[in-house]
Write a protein that binds this ligand. Sequence first.
Ligand code: ATP
Ligand code: MG
Length: 385
Amino acid sequence: MSEFILIKEGELTLKGLNRRNFEDCLIRNLKRKLKPCGDFDFRAAQSIVYIEPTSQLCDLSAATELARKTFGAAGVARARSCPKDARSIADCAIDYLRAELSAAASFKVESKRSDKRYPLTSIRLSQYVGGEIADAYPAIAVDVHNPELTVNVEIREDYAYVHASNNNAAGGLPVGSSGSAVALLSGGIDSPVAIWMMARRGLRIIPVHFHSPPYTSELAKQKVLDLAQILLPWCEKLTVELIPFTDIQEQIRQHCPEPLFTVISRRFMTRIAAQIAVRNGCGSLVTGENLGQVASQTQDSIAVTQQCVDLPILRPLIGMDKQEIVARARQLGTFDTSVLPYEDCCTVFTPRKPKTKPKLDDVLAAESRLDVESLVRSAILNSTR
Ligand code: ATP
Ligand code: MG
């Protein structure tokens, strides 16, 4: 029988009437992502997406790994199908899992029946298949409490499926199912994690990065592009908009009080990001802000920054501990790139004593000395990809 990749839909199954939309979005994303691995058939039934290779040329291992990085998949397993009678299931496990059963010291069988008319209980089926496996592989012990290997048997509508792969998957909602957002991507630790978190809630992300040549280098820009490349498998598509920020920062430095530099820069970034969002039909902005981390991330600074746009600003890291953010960044593989020591435009123009409680009136008075609209317009006009 055939080998499949089984995708468990998880959270999608809680959706009501619009569940089909989520499922279609997941399948669309999987189809596009798995294309380089060969031709596959996709079919959804009973909260599972079945992905079946159409030829020997398909790279199932690579496809499985890509599927594990697809949001909307709560579990991903590589499995073989077989007829549903107990004998066929035991034979399938003995043959298909030869390498795993030969390598492990102990195992157990775990059965699930989504076909409730099935004549054997899950426990009886597990006992039978376990007994047959133990006879075929005398060197491996049965251990139902702490096995090295778990052999999974799933009785579904059409066939039984056998697998021993871990079920790891990205969870969340399919990218695109929640719409899209513009994310402010710096070269730091936080914003890549924020992007990952909001993509996991189904947002398609357009990242924008502000750079200030010659104060910031090519290497600093490349670092941000590298971060986007690391996030790409989860985000489906990720094209960084590079916005020149030198003029704006020089104008701020010349005309505004130094303690307000950062909050005023942040307001410019926010306005520019919001305009790009509206042009691209995005419903929100995403930042890596984290309450109290630095002067520009106090409640007062956040309020003053938010004031210049109508779009909601999503801040998924707002209540996280730095250690939790770092742990996530390590897990995603962004950490080592994020800590490379290249300057960010914010670090180049950091005030010595930034205001932690900026007053909106002071900020508005300072900004009145700048031609905000034309600075914003020209930054967007000169953005590149
Ligand atoms: P990060 O690790 O994300 O850089 P940070 O602690 O350094 O976070 P700040 O520099 O205060 O925080 O930036 C707060 C948020 O503002 C960032 O998470 C990011 O969303 C946005 N941001 C800052 N600098 C830039 C930039 N050069 N380009 C785009 N967005 C930026
Ligand atoms: Mg930063």
